[in-house]
Design a protein around this ligand. Structure first.
Ligand SMILES: Nc1ncnc2c1ncn2[C@@H]1O[C@H](COP(=O)(O)OP(=O)(O)OP(=O)(O)O)[C@@H](O)[C@H]1O
Ligand SMILES: [Mg+2]
Length: 469
């Protein structure tokens, strides 16, 4: 069905590429919307709420008789050019030549853009295109396989979370309970990784929304953009996730959901309830519905100092599902984190193990509330550190590990602008106690590290302050 419900307001939207200027000149009395797609040569003129053009449209198309008149762009420009400045006047001017509009409609049905069925004395027109099934004007023809993540390294569980989350997802249908999963944990503990790994295993298209305070509904639902001078509606990630869920399981990651402001939240929660639907105001209130059972929703929240975490009320928590709190992998499983580092970077297994030991010491201090250390070291940063240490060792630089500690961890993570993050010095001295004097070759060779450790920390002539501080 061609559905003209809901006004398009020209203000603020570049929807009517060539009409915008005219519309501005006459706004507010005239609302014009293209019929369904921006490619359509036909437009609807709508009266302002105070004005009605009811009686001008009756035998053009019975679906429009109460609110719309159809016109070509040239009609509108011409009518405005002839001095008609209200919707009523424009509609009247155009409506004088109904045969002309009828000819346009017939031409469109001849070329296959519209279907035409006789109804009484008039014709009924429908759009025939890939979106006509339920009148959506959003694009729906996606090759969803392209949205399935590939090459995601294995997610290594830090507790029992992965098995439980898999159970929630795999048996959602039998339990008639949606797979909504809430993850909390410090930054870099692998929350995003878990979501991507899950999507890969399920062969599910993956959609990722990073929520910020500034995130608004256009970031979720979509927006109009100019492409080669043409205005097009581009679906946002939430719209895509809903569309994908009609066909297959889809994973939607809502990162830092607690940062969303109320209006953004309400769009999200509409998608999360059992109708799995969204309402796109910018498309005249178009409703797009999905399959709730297919929508796997993973929402995350960071915890720890430096993160303002807003409490979610109980209703919100219920919608977001069960909660798992994840810690850095190495905290519970030093061996697993060390293996991850040794697998994903070229450093030696022994160096990786020692790196995790050093990081865990810092993490323990960060968890100890008496200590002035604000944050523990994320797994992701250890991977960075390892990669950099390897490169410095390959380049023949001395004290590769201490240098990498500074460039990959201390300066990026414990320094903000000119300001030091609380505990920076503790991190520096902890890593120094683990790596001072260690030959760079030991980053790459187990044997080198073993030999050095056996010597029980050799003397070094490098000033560690210079290397790390
Ligand atoms: N348990 C784990 N298994 C595999 N990789 C992990 C694990 N934990 C962390 N990583 C790796 O650490 C890095 C950071 O992880 P990720 O980006 O998923 O963290 P996050 O919790 O989403 O962080 P943020 O809160 O900053 O978004 C990634 O490279 C990820 O692959
Ligand atoms: Mg993340």
């Amino acid at each position: 069905m061609v559905d003209g419900s809901g006004p398009f307001e020209p203000r603020g939207q570049p929807h009517y590429t060539d009409l915008t200027g005219l519309m501005y000149a006459h706004y507010p009395p005239v609302w014009v919307s293209s019929m369904v797609s921006t490619e359509s040569p036909l437009y609807q003129i709508r009266p302002t709420p105070a004005v009605s053009i009811d009686d001008h449209t009756d035998d053009l198309n019975h679906d429009y008789q109460t609110t719309h008149i159809m016109a070509t762009r040239d009609d509108i420009i011409q009518a405005i050019g002839n001095g008609n400045s209200t919707a009523t006047a424009i509609a009247e001017a155009i409506d004088k030549d109904r045969s002309h509009i009828a000819r346009e409609l017939k031409a469109m049905s001849d070329e296959g853009t519209l279907t035409r069925t006789k109804q009484g004395r008039s014709y009924h027109y429908d759009f025939v295109d890939d979106r006509s099934e339920d009148g959506l004007s959003v694009h729906k023809g996606y090759a969803w396989n392209e949205w399935v993540p590939e090459d995601v390294p294995e997610y290594i569980p830090s507790k029992r979370e992965y098995a439980e989350i898999r159970a929630e997802v795999d048996h959602r249908e039998t339990a008639d309970n949606p797979a909504h999963i809430r993850l909390t944990g410090p930054t870099g503990c692998g929350k995003t990784h878990l979501a991507r790994a899950l999507a890969q295993e399920l062969e599910a298209p993956f959609f990722d929304i990073s929520v910020k305070w500034a995130t608004d509904t256009t970031d979720l639902l979509g927006r109009f953009v100019l492409v080669d001078g043409e205005t097009q509606w581009i679906n946002g990630p939430l719209t895509k996730a809903i569309l994908a869920s009609r066909e297959r399981p889809a994973v939607l990651l809502l990162d830092e959901i607690n940062r969303a402001r109320p209006e953004t939240k309400s769009a999200l929660y509409e998608a999360l309830d059992d109708r799995a639907q969204i309402t796109i105001d910018a498309l005249g209130g178009e409703v797009v519905g999905g399959e709730a059972v297919n929508l796997v929703v993973i929402s995350t929240m960071n915890v720890g100092q430096g993160h303002h975490v807003e409490e979610l009320d109980l209703a919100e928590q219920r919608r977001l599902g069960n909660r798992w709190s994840i810690d850095f992998l190495g905290v519970n499983h030093p061996d697993r984190e060390a293996r991850l580092i040794a697998d994903r970077t070229p450093v030696s297994a022994m160096f990786a193990a020692r790196l995790v030991e050093a990081a865990n010491k810092v993490r323990r201090l960060a968890n100890d509330h008496d200590e002035q250390l604000s944050r523990g070291i994320p797994t992701g940063l250890l991977l960075e550190l390892a990669a950099s240490a390897y490169k410095y060792a390959q380049a023949g630089l001395e004290d590769a590990a201490l240098r990498a500690t500074r460039t990959a961890v201390v300066d990026p993570y414990y320094q903000r602008g000119d300001r030091e993050i609380t505990g920076r010095d503790t991190v520096v001295s902890t890593f120094r106690s683990f790596f001072e004097g260690m030959p760079s070759e030991a980053v790459v060779e187990n044997a080198e590290l073993q030999a050095w450790a056996d010597e029980d920390i050799a003397e070094t002539d490098v000033d560690p302050e210079e290397a790390v501080g």
